[in-house]
Ligand binder design. Sequence first.
Ligand SMILES: [Zn+2]
Length: 432
Amino acid sequence: MMGTTADIRRDNSLSIVRYISAVGTASRRELAEATGLSFATVAAISADLLTSGVLTASAPERNAVGRPTARLQLNGERGVFLALDIVEDHLEIATYDSGLRGLSRSRVQFERQFVAPDELLSVVRAAIRSQAEVNAPRTVIGIGVSAPGVVDPVTATWMLAPPWQWRQVTLADLADDVVDHADSDGAGRGGVGRYDATARHVALDNPQRMLATAELWSNPVRADQTFVVLSLGAHVTSGIAINGRLLRGRTNTAGQWGHSVLVAGGRPCHCGSYGCVETYLGAEGILRTLRDIDSDSPLLNNGDTTTAIEELARAVVTGDPVANKTVDRTGHYLGAAIASMVNLLNPDAVVLTGWIGELLGAYLLGRARTQIETCALDVPLRATMIELGRPSTDQVCLGAAAEALERSLIELSRERIASAGSAEVSNQLAEV
Ligand SMILES: [Zn+2]
């Protein structure tokens, strides 16, 4: 479906802000070159973003041909974004300024099993309030929330929360206590009654999507790339962007790489299928491989799954033969699974992250190479960079903050259209 002119202008505006976020500072000419937009379009959109305070401009400097050139950057003084990462046993909460610079981060460990969603949500609300107080008097502009499972970002509804098997949990009102709903003239709106569900300031998505969003907002080469962020942990997922746009799929569940079949009729998976990627590359799957290699290995006696994988990583470094064989075999599986991604998507980059990716990624990718070269087609493989990503906890929070910033920009453009009057806006949009 073709977007409306307003959609195109909003997307162009997002491309400009995203690029500036990734590089730190850019001139209008650099923005035009990087985004493929005309200089006139960049100038018109950046004028709007300067007026609304999203960007600031440095004092003009003379360039090589003597023309004065101002450099644009994100305005970090506009307020803050809160980013939350809800995990099975804890909550990460981070604060970013409006230029997406991290200010603080803390963790709330869940001390008990939650029975009902309200129990978790009261912990989440308390953490949000506490962060908002810490950051006062800076305005909280928006909140980004990463939640595992199936989510509907449009209505901010957690459709399925696998750790607790909850369905249809609404997160849209999480921000109501703390997010500034004042109009640009400073007048309060008296609550959120004017908003429809899509305009509220909670940006909800799942962690794999947040990882891909963080790549888009922090790495300028990703702007128009097709790339996959593979996350190895207790669960195995992937966030995919096609030509610089997140791939969501019809039900926002695209990228369930962990439940694509790697071995037909292989190990049973909790999803009900057999031989899923996760049963070989997830934490439990790697320990299952270790057990298959040596069921008496002392590496199997290391308490919980996370500790066992950490011990396995240490044992690889010290040259333990069982640990090395386990990583060899896991690398073999990883190679086959990455090769499928390369053949299917023809990506510019495959980025490996997740806490297992951080612990074992360098070893796994080293051992995966032969299998990748055997299984991937030569032409797409030669065009693909396969690399280790940045720490995934940081990136999930950054992605959540970036999605909150995107939401606030969409809201700003909606307000601009509503307040400017249809005739004026039509004229302006026609210029784009
Ligand atoms: Zn599965």
